[in-house]
Design a protein around this ligand. Structure first.
Ligand SMILES: *[C@@H]1O[C@H](CO)[C@@H](O)[C@H](O)[C@H]1NC(C)=O
Ligand SMILES: *[C@@H]1O[C@H](CO)[C@@H](O)[C@H](O)[C@H]1NC(C)=O
Ligand SMILES: *[C@@H]1O[C@H](CO)[C@@H](O)[C@H](O)[C@H]1NC(C)=O
Ligand SMILES: *[C@@H]1O[C@H](CO)[C@@H](O)[C@H](O)[C@H]1NC(C)=O
Ligand SMILES: *[C@@H]1O[C@H](CO)[C@@H](O)[C@H](O)[C@H]1NC(C)=O
Ligand SMILES: *[C@@H]1O[C@H](CO)[C@@H](O)[C@H](O)[C@H]1NC(C)=O
Ligand SMILES: *[C@@H]1O[C@H](CO)[C@@H](O)[C@H](O)[C@H]1NC(C)=O
Ligand SMILES: *[C@@H]1O[C@H](CO)[C@@H](O)[C@H](O)[C@H]1NC(C)=O
Length: 617
């Protein structure tokens, strides 16, 4: 028995010495190397790039596009790195390793050759030919992974129902974006005519697509999340993130839609995404227009039947926030002073200072005064303060939703008290004359779905002519804790999707009770939902009773976005309207003042505002 094992081992290692292994053999056609853990000898390749923790080699072109012919050789030893120069043809020995940081189980493995020895330079100054993306190979444009099963594709529930690395399937690079980038792992590629789809992150990295077919392209040059032709969400896997240049130069600071010089670099996987590590930093060669068009939907204060409303997540606004005057100028100059504003993320009077303060009248008076200074329009405001520390967001800030409204146009329907933090608003009144038990009032504030999150703020309004409007201002739980679009769990973990689904259900229950009293009630539910409409499972309860205003107003599909994150332009902020509003003329505009910011530093909020115009009589 012992002898048998011994001879088997001997035979295997004899084979490895006798016939040299190609890089494509090491990479294989699946996610993990068939040779993991083995020592391979006489691996030959040309050095394509060098960094501080190793170098990349490229072997003979493989006949199978699934098997990459590029490989990272891991070593931070100066002696090892000093032996090789870009352009050298070398042979070496090393151990095949699948690497991922032990603290990051949602990341994928990268195939590496570690502990390199016997490095022999066979020749120098060899020509290196990168794979030209868009010419030699082009990425698929809709789906990330075959494991994203379900009608909502990568946004489907259940999320995290399988793992790429555990299944270790054969790659399908023609169909799935992650498989495509994996099939290029370790290879030198050129990205012709890159366009940035977002701002740089805090490490100076940024997302691009190159000169190849893309989907979801909006007028700014970003890529919006849309539905593919088969009705399944399209998350733009044709993009790649540009990491730190290997020569130590610094990437430029970018904004959405900038054009850059061609990037040549190596494909790798790190921090949850497929990266291109450029040999040197690209340069910006074109910049989109700095002009932000204002809304065309102006208010007519005398017209009591036509209402304009604005929606804006003003990102942690405290009385002393440096961005407060800029937000005021947006409301005046870009949103043109809507009759009513749905605002999210107003902090208490002491901002993030965690001192027990929950009132926000100073924050709101400061904002209202800043608007009045620019316009002579003095908004009134209404809101309900949360219980200290119970609604999530920046610690100590007690963010909440508020309404600003123009008292010369609107008043709160009288006869109901303002609700307290824990008072649940109910629909009362008689048939065709619904009323709210609190005005404003919070929807189901003790429902566990709203733990550590904002409770929706409902209100009933009337104009001088007596026409009524019901509104709900929402700010659902944020996506913190989700795994990346290119991570190991499939579909990616979308956190906390159960909470958002139940929060939408609570709003739907409220809306249904209103519609039961009056099927033609005029209702607007708007705010920051922290979820794309393509995640249909979350919205199912609401979309059976209300309509998406973008759909009603026929906003071009690729222009429906309010946020930019990772590779995508995406819509987190929505407005839904009831049938009685949908039957009349509906207009809606996204004002991309923040997504179109010329730089990350110049952006005042992470969300774009929007303006709608509806008819209530
Ligand atoms: C991954 O798949 C390849 C190809 O089928 C196989 O050789 C390898 O052993 C697999 N690795 C693991 C860890 O399953
Ligand atoms: C192949 O690898 C073995 C073991 O490292 C080494 O002794 C031998 O010189 C190599 N042969 C060639 C042709 O590089
Ligand atoms: C490689 O090319 C460079 C520049 O053309 C030259 O200086 C160098 O001598 C060459 N090296 C070898 C080993 O041929
Ligand atoms: C999403 O994934 C997380 C982590 O595995 C899990 O706890 C949660 O139940 C999943 N939710 C859904 C709706 O699939
Ligand atoms: C995904 O689910 C597995 C169990 O199937 C669990 O071990 C893992 O922690 C989950 N991943 C995340 C990111 O929650
Ligand atoms: C805020 O409210 C407090 C007490 O309710 C009041 O004393 C104070 O004057 C208000 N401040 C502003 C700026 O309205
Ligand atoms: C505000 O009103 C004052 C006094 O009527 C007027 O002088 C000023 O031009 C107005 N400002 C704006 C921005 O409308
Ligand atoms: C909500 O908070 C309560 C009290 O802290 C806790 O008992 C409950 O488990 C939480 N529910 C959820 C869904 O987080």
């Amino acid at each position: 028995m012992m002898n048998k094992i011994y001879s088997l081992l001997f035979f295997t290692s004899y084979l490895a010495v006798a016939s040299s292994t190609t890089i494509a053999d090491i990479q294989g056609t699946a996610w993990q190397s068939p040779l993991v853990g083995q020592t391979v000898n006489n691996v030959t390749g040309i050095v394509t790039a060098k960094g501080t923790s190793g170098f990349y080699i490229s072997g003979d072109k493989s006949d199978d596009i699934r098997a990459s012919n590029g490989l990272f050789v891991f070593s931070s030893s100066a002696t090892v790195l000093g032996k090789v120069t870009v352009g050298d043809a070398i042979s070496l020995t090393g151990r095949v390793t699948e690497f991922r940081s032990s603290t990051q189980p949602t990341f994928l493995f990268t195939t590496e050759l570690s502990s390199p020895t016997n490095i022999i330079v066979l020749s120098s100054n060899n020509t290196i030919t990168p794979v030209v993306l868009g010419k030699d190979r082009s990425p698929p444009t809709q789906k990330f992974s075959a494991l994203d099963v379900g009608p909502d594709g990568f946004l489907s529930v259940p999320n995290n129902s399988s793992s790429i690395e555990a299944i270790n399937a054969t790659l399908q690079p023609d169909l799935y974006g992650m498989d495509f980038w994996e099939s290029l792992e370790g290879q030198l590629v050129t990205i012709p005519k890159p366009t940035s789809t977002a701002f740089q992150n805090s490490f100076g990295e940024f997302w691009v697509y190159g000169d190849w077919p893309v989907t979801g392209k909006n007028s700014r040059g970003g890529l919006s999340i849309t539905f593919g032709p088969d009705g399944i969400p399209d998350g733009n896997p044709e993009t790649v993130i540009v990491g730190s240049p290997l020569d130590g130069t610094k990437n430029p600071k970018v904004a959405v839609g900038m054009g850059l010089t061609d990037i040549t670099g190596v494909i790798t996987y790190q921090f949850g995404f497929f990266y291109v590590l450029p040999l040197t930093a690209p340069q910006i060669i074109s910049t989109p227009s700095p002009d932000i068009p204002a809304t065309s939907l102006t208010s007519d204060i005398e017209d009591t039947c036509t209402i304009t409303f604005g929606d804006y997540n003003v990102e942690n606004m405290a009385p002393t926030s440096s961005h407060l005057p800029t937000v005021a100028s947006h409301i005046v100059n870009l949103l043109h002073l809507p009759d009513i504003m749905f605002i999210q993320e107003i902090q208490d009077n002491s901002g993030p200072k965690d001192d027990g303060t929950v009132e926000a009248n100073v924050t709101l008076s400061t904002l209202v005064a800043a608007i009045a200074k620019l316009s002579n329009v003095t908004y009134a405001f209404t809101q309900i303060s949360p219980i200290d520390g119970q609604d999530g967001g920046e610690p100590g800030g007690n963010i909440r939703q508020v309404y600003l409204y123009r008292p010369e146009k609107f008043s709160l329907v009288a006869g109901s008290p303002t609700g307290g933090s824990l008072d649940k608003v109910e629909v009362t009144g008689s048939f065709l004359k619904p009323k709210l038990s609190f005005n404003p009032g919070r929807i189901d504030p003790t429902n566990e779905a709203f733990n550590s999150s904002r409770k929706p703020l409902a209100a009933a309004w009337q104009t001088k002519s007596g026409a009524q409007l019901f509104t709900v201002n929402v700010h659902l739980s944020s996506k913190g804790g989700s795994s990346s679009t290119q991570g190991d769990p499939r579909p990616p973990v979308n956190s906390p999707i159960e909470a958002r689904t139940d929060q939408v259900k609570a709003v739907s229950t409220f809306v249904k009770s209103l519609l039961l009293k009056n099927p033609l009630a005029k209702i607007v539910v708007a705010g920051d939902f922290n979820e794309y409409l393509q995640t249909r499972s979350v919205y199912k309860s609401l979309t059976t009773v209300l309509s998406d205003i973008d759909e009603a107003a026929k906003t071009p599909i690729v222009e429906r976005y309010s946020y930019v994150f990772d590779q995508n332009s995406e819509q987190l902020d929505h407005a839904f309207i009831s049938l009685a509003l949908r039957l009349r003329k509906v207009e809606f505009e996204h004002i991309h003042v923040n997504n179109w910011s010329p730089s990350l530093a110049a952006r005042v909020s992470d969300h774009d505002p929007s303006v709608g115009r509806i008819r209530i009589c």
